[in-house]
Design a protein around this ligand. Structure first.
Ligand SMILES: C[S@@+](CC[C@H](N)C(=O)[O-])C[C@H]1O[C@@H](n2cnc3c(N)ncnc32)[C@H](O)[C@@H]1O
Ligand SMILES: [Zn+2]
Length: 275
């Protein structure tokens, strides 16, 4: 039984093989790559857009080279520690599924059997994700309108994606776990220093979140040696700075032919409060 619900009427969706259909016959085709589009146009806000092809490809190229593998290992470890057998796990804002797929492999290696779902608003991203891993059900949808049944998930993973506390709280079971990865203070500091006249460290907000009990924080910090401009540009295109860079900064970026840069993250674990 799937935990996916119809974005139109909220009814449970059944898999007919080629599509997901609800009791009221709203039907959503499963794309050839394996993902299902549950995104309604009214849920695509003007200010909210998914990653475009360049950003998705840059992230895939960069992550597939293993640069963030220490983070990936730590996140997988945290998920394995907090996931029981027969759980439902949701990766909200899963991108092109690099971490989703690694989580699946790590759970399998630990003999923890789960149903894993990945949701992202970018169709290009979930298409890549579905091609990457056939054992995960990927859907195009917004984290602000998750097509996921209330109280259905044991574990929710949110990595560098928009945060919607209300929805994350709604879809989690009572006592469910949320694992979140965020950039920490010095993340990409040397890259910022090389590009901006006045670089700033990242602000790390207080850990408290409405509706959740904060359980733990794990700091993951390491240096990356980027040997060429291609990898530097890929890394830059994955970041929010990509949207806000002028001509001068762009030229400085293009002139960089190698860089040693810090990756600095925090993995925060929460438990849903109350019933
Ligand atoms: C920085 S990427 C992180 C992707 C992935 N979690 C990772 O760490 O590789 C942020 C992702 O959030 C997605 N996104 C942006 N707005 C969204 C929304 N409203 N609902 C779902 N996903 C969204 C983007 O398409 C993008 O894939
Ligand atoms: Zn329906």
């Amino acid at each position: 039984m799937s935990v996916l619900i119809c974005p139109v009427c909220g009814g449970m969706l059944e898999n007919t093989g080629k599509s997901l259909v609800c009791g009221k016959s709203h039907s959503f085709d499963i794309a050839r790559s394996g993902y299902v589009n549950l995104l309604l146009s009214k849920h695509i806000g003007k200010a909210i857009h998914g990653d475009n092809k360049l950003m998705v490809q840059s992230r895939r190229d960069f992550l597939d080279k293993g640069y963030y593998s220490p983070l990936c290992e730590a996140v997988c470890d945290e998920v394995v520690k907090n996931t029981k057998d027969c759980s439902i796990v949701l990766d909200a804002g899963c991108g092109e599924g690099y971490y989703t797929s690694a989580v699946r492999e790590n759970l399998e290696d630990s003999d923890i059997s789960v149903k894993l779902y990945g949701v992202d608003i970018s169709k290009i991203a979930v298409e890549y994700a579905a091609k990457r891993d056939k054992s995960v059900r990927f859907a195009a949808a917004s984290v602000f309108h998750l097509p996921v049944a209330t109280g259905s998930c044991d574990v929710l993973l949110t990595m560098f994606a928009p945060y919607c506390g209300e929805e994350y709280n709604r879809v989690l079971k009572s006592g469910g776990i949320m694992i979140m990865a965020i950039p920490s203070e010095s993340h990409l500091w040397e890259l910022k220093k090389a590009i901006y006249d006045t670089p700033y460290k990242n602000e790390v907000k207080p850990y408290e979140l409405d509706g959740f009990e904060h359980l733990s924080v794990r700091h993951v910090s390491f240096n990356m040696e980027l040997p060429d401009n291609t990898d530097i540009l890929s890394l830059f295109s994955m970041t929010p700075y990509y949207y806000k860079t002028g001509r001068t900064e762009q030229e400085r970026l293009e002139a960089l032919d190698s860089l040693t840069v810090q990756a600095d993250f925090e993995i925060l674990t929460y438990r849903k409060k109350g019933n």
